[in-house]
Design a protein. Structure first.
Length: 148
């Protein structure tokens, strides 16, 4: 079973991209071997939702200084080492923390493969809709993930 988890905050502009992607995938219809989950902003839920999936695909917005709408693909093995935990709390628990905790906690139930797709955000303004470059990149990613 493949599982796509969309992470982000629906109230913060382009940060909503992950949960919106999950909704778009559901609207399109999913292949039998694909499930989706809205990971929202709860990294601990993301960590434990991964249990037993063969492949997990995490999707989130990024803020690296790149061009809004740029799509980045990372292998989970490249980013699952535990990041620094100084000052960490549940409100600052990111997807990379979720991978590290899941690797430790799930042991043999950790997915065989983890992929991370990040889309460069243009704005995290409260109440703003998705920016056009992010929405276009997200729609292309939906096509790729659903297999259109």
């Amino acid at each position: 079973m493949r599982l796509v988890i969309g992470c982000g905050n629906l109230l913060r502009g382009d940060d909503a991209m992950g949960p919106v992607l999950v909704r778009r995938m559901l609207e399109r219809g999913l292949p039998d071997d694909l499930e989706v989950a809205d990971g929202g902003t709860s990294g601990m839920d993301v960590a434990f939702r991964m249990r037993g999936a063969d492949q997990v695909i995490l999707v989130d917005a990024a803020e690296t200084g790149g061009e809004p709408g740029s799509l980045y693909r990372l292998e989970g093995t490249d980013v699952e080492a535990l990041p620094p935990l100084e000052g960490i709390n549940l409100h600052a628990f990111r997807w990379d923390h979720a991978l590290a905790i899941a690797r430790w906690a799930l042991k043999e139930d950790y997915p065989r493969q983890v992929l991370v797709y990040l889309i460069e955000a243009g704005s995290f303004e409260f109440g703003a809709p998705l920016s056009q470059p992010v929405e276009l990149a997200m729609d292309r990613l939906v096509d790729h993930l659903v297999g259109a």
